[in-house]
Write a protein that binds this ligand. Structure first.
Ligand SMILES: CC(C)[C@H](C(=O)O)[C@@H](O)C(=O)O
Ligand code: SF4
Length: 465
């Protein structure tokens, strides 16, 4: 039985007395347009209100077009969902950051950016990558549409506590390895079902040194290791990120909050339901070669041979991956021609990601055969990047500079990878068809995506000098 862990502590604080721990209170409910219309419809039919509109915030991200905001949406379901979101938010008094507003962005980007995401909170959203918010020491996880309705109506959720799992990251990665590369290494090590039923707490010196953006990238991908969520104990890095954010506490409240937050950590003698150590010593820039995020190797490596894999499940998955990806065992990753490069998503669409990619791109040109796009994670990030001149760095190199949204992460509004061609993408999922029918996705860091765009083949940023 787990005890004295960060998860246990936050969970206990949210358990509603007399319910045997099965009912928890929700501090922040985030909404997007895809998984909320039916939930509001349910409320309407039952004649109910939103219990705590002050703890409920909505944004438009999945369906928004990123090319031009003025053109009619090509997708009529998307158009309907966006219209319903506006109507529902008005009718139920929910704060909405719609398309073309300063607050708009991918839900997992705007929560932290606005200071809505704070240590010790219990946060839910009808979206699996809600795990991202765990980077602040919050318990944050995705829920289904019927649960969205339950939270809207009651501000509570009936749910069993996940098991707790410690992933201790050890060793010193190579300078080129980013949080994304560490995330891919973790998933490769523990498997895409390695975290099933658990909430992962990441620990170790690498985590202590990691920026908030990096921690969000890592927690974002905990879900791709099968976990319910990811979590990192708050520290000075967390506080420095939050200080002065719109909704973060201020003045004396800030001092008091910081003191309280410092206690959100697993005790030295904490017992987890499961513990694993992942060694990232010397880790290089990583790239996926297959159709799940665990099928990853160093970018200067070769496509593995499934026939040499001891585990029959991995062998079969490897065969299937090579078939879908059109790759041969032993082929150099660097020989795969890349037609599309996508920098964006809730995994790697933040300021630090855009700065890192721009530093690689600056003064260089995108290879002739590559279509490359940068989609900032939020409108504020877009404007900040423009203030820093990053948009010009990208556009002068031949990248398209888009409006914020989920975009090519999930192939909406025509932001697709052409069938049968390869993309380098900073998103988090490389499942068959994820970036369009027959699209062949390679997951990478922003730096690797940038270098790949310049060379027209998979390449780490170390290759650009
Ligand atoms: C649409 C939404 C429910 C989905 C999720 O839950 O993750 C999406 O954001 C994704 O990344 O596949
Ligand atoms: S950016 Fe991608 S992973 Fe993130 S919420 Fe949007 S569709 Fe899901």
């Amino acid at each position: 039985m787990a005890r004295n862990t960060l998860l246990e502590r936050v969970w206990a604080e949210h358990t509603i007395d007399g319910t045997g721990g099965e009912l928890v209170y929700v501090d922040m409910h985030l909404l997007h347009e895809l998984t909320s219309p039916q939930a509001f419809e349910g409320l309407r039919e039952a004649g109910r209100k939103v219990r705590r509109p002050d703890l409920t915030v909505a944004t438009a991200d999945h369906d928004v077009p990123t090319r031009s905001r003025r053109v009619p949406l090509s997708d009529s379901i998307g158009r309907r969902q966006l219209a319903l979101q506006i109507r529902n938010s008005r009718e139920f008094g929910v704060e909405l950051h719609p398309m073309n507003s300063l607050g708009q962005g991918i839900v997992h980007v705007i929560g932290p950016q606005m200071g809505l995401t704070l240590p010790g909170m219990l946060i839910v959203c009808g979206d699996s990558h809600t795990a991202t918010h765990g980077a602040f020491g919050a318990v944050a996880f995705g829920i289904g549409t019927s649960q969205v309705e339950h939270v809207l109506a009651t501000q509570t959720l009936r749910i069993a506590k996940p098991k707790s799992m410690r992933v201790l990251i050890e060793g010193t990665p190579a300078a080129e390895a980013t949080a994304k590369d560490i995330a891919l290494a973790v998933i490769r090590a523990i498997g895409t079902d390695g975290g099933t039923g658990h909430l992962i707490e990441f620990q170790g010196d690498v985590i202590d040194r990691m920026s908030m953006e990096g921690r969000m990238t890592l927690c974002n991908m905990a879900i791709e290791a099968g976990a319910r969520s990811g979590m990192i104990a708050p520290d000075e890095t967390t506080f420095a990120y939050l200080e002065g954010r719109d909704r973060a506490p201020r003045g004396e409240d800030w001092e008091r909050a910081k003191e309280a937050w410092a206690a959100y950590r697993s005790a030295p003698d904490a017992e987890f339901d499961r513990e694993v150590v992942v060694d990232v010593d010397g880790l290089r820039a990583m790239v996926t070669w297959g159709i799940n995020p665990g099928q990853a190797v160093a970018v200067d490596g070769r496509v593995p041979d499934p026939e040499t894999m001891a585990d029959p499940v991995s062998r079969e998955a490897g065969r299937r991956a090579l078939d879908y990806m059109g790759l041969r065992a032993g082929q150099r990753l660097a020989d795969i021609p890349i037609g599309t490069v996508f920098i964006g998503s809730c995994t790697n669409g933040r300021m630090e990601d855009l700065r890192a990619a721009a530093a690689v791109v600056e003064g260089r040109k995108v290879a002739a055969e590559v279509t490359a796009l940068v989609v900032p994670g939020s409108e504020r990030i877009k404007r900040q990047a423009e203030a820093e001149g990053l948009d010009r760095v990208f556009t002068e190199a031949g990248f398209e500079w888009r409006n914020p949204g989920c975009s090519m992460c999930i192939a909406v509004n025509g932001d697709r990878v052409p069938t049968g061609t390869h993309s380098a993408s900073t998103s988090n999922r490389n499942f068959e068809g994820r970036q369009g029918p027959g699209a062949r996705t390679h997951l990478v860091s922003p730096e690797t995506a940038a270098a790949t765009a310049l060379l027209g083949r998979l390449a780490g940023s170390a290759e650009i000098s």
